[in-house]
Design a protein around this ligand. Sequence first.
Ligand code: ACO
Length: 427
Amino acid sequence: MKKNTFSLIDNRTGKNYEYPILDATRGPSVLDMRTFFKDSDMFTYDPGFTSTASCTSEITFIDGAKGELRYRGIPIEELALNHSYLETCYLLMTGELPDKDTLRDFDLEIRHRAFLHEGLRHLFAVFPDNAHPMATLSAAVTALSTFFDDHETCQDEAGYQEMARRIISKIPTIAAFAYRHSLGIPFIQPDIDLGFTENFLTMMRAYPGGKMHLCANGHETIKEVEIRALDTIFTLHADHEQNASTTVVRGVASTGAHPYVAISSGISALWGRAHGGANESVIAQLEMIGSVENVETFIQRAKDPNDDFRLMGFGHRVYKNFDPRAKILKNLQDELREELHLDNELMSIARKIEEIALSDDYFISRKLYPNIDFYTGIILTALQIPKTMFTPIFVIGRTVGWITQWIEFKKESSSKIARPRQLYKGN
Ligand code: ACO
């Protein structure tokens, strides 16, 4: 028997199967079972992929038990506190943090590429005013693929990077247009003088021709603190290894489809409330709960096995300890409490839920901690961003992760079409 292998015995026949163990640089080793079907004429069964590694990756690492998250080896805390979202994008895409000159060039390129083809603008007009911005966003990103049909010829590093830089730049413009279309108001073009995050806030909130806000809350220009909070939210969402939407992006990539179509599919997958749509559902749920006195009733409902009500913003497939992104946002929330006027009824309800859930045996025994979405909603509400834009904001942050994972997939020589098997129980 070879040393770094794992044996499986079929107790029906006594036959022994031996599989190599692949060691990870961090985290659990992986059993290489690629030949299992050929060897045994059986499939492995793992719905929801709870024990399955679907690829090899060098981008993001999560230790769910410790509550640890790293992009390219760098802890998320360091990136969120000391680096901008654009620096984080560059890190994810290339593996290195940019030096000053590289960052300046990258930033300039992202600003220049933020404009949309005039033809794409017209697409928004076909959607009803009440269209959810996630639907519009997904459709517009698919439509973007028709303007950049060079993906078959761009099969080298330079081509991949170009695809990536374009989509990272244009996503905020598309998201802001989707939002303004939902309000029935004219679009604001990107402003080359503004950085990534300020530009997005301006495209969402400015009156045409000026920088006065549509939703003024006592100040007329965008505050530095708002840019900082949103930039941090983008960084915290930038990648999260093989989550549901990234798995969809890689799955579409495996068929050879256009990368923007793969990203559009990722956007659709993210929309669901078990995934990125949870941020919108958290605030909707807090509004439904209505007051601190009602919290206990809803906690009881969340614990009732006969009620499908779940506390939105709690639990995670991988984190069985505090989500490190949630910790950063909780601290940011406390820090910005005064400046962002966070002391309101929603915040009191959220605090009460958090307090009960963190001390209740139902949540403790199932390791259900608040996740990132529990805190983003409160901060985004304070930034006067409407609920329907919460998941599009997640999309803006996550686009770099999706496209970086797409590039990694394309560069993997042994990559195969994603094609799982099934346990057939029909007639
Ligand atoms: N409220 C109450 N009970 C919950 C919750 C919750 N939010 N989440 C899980 N549970 C319970 C389940 O009922 C189950 O209990 P049981 O063992 O008695 O049957 C147990 O905890 C395990 O739950 P699963 O659904 O098996 O866990 P899974 O890992 O498959 O799901 C998920 C993770 C989807 C995130 C889940 O916790 C959930 O629905 N949370 C609410 C939605 C949410 O916040 N999603 C955002 C995730 S973060 C992200 O995608 C950005």
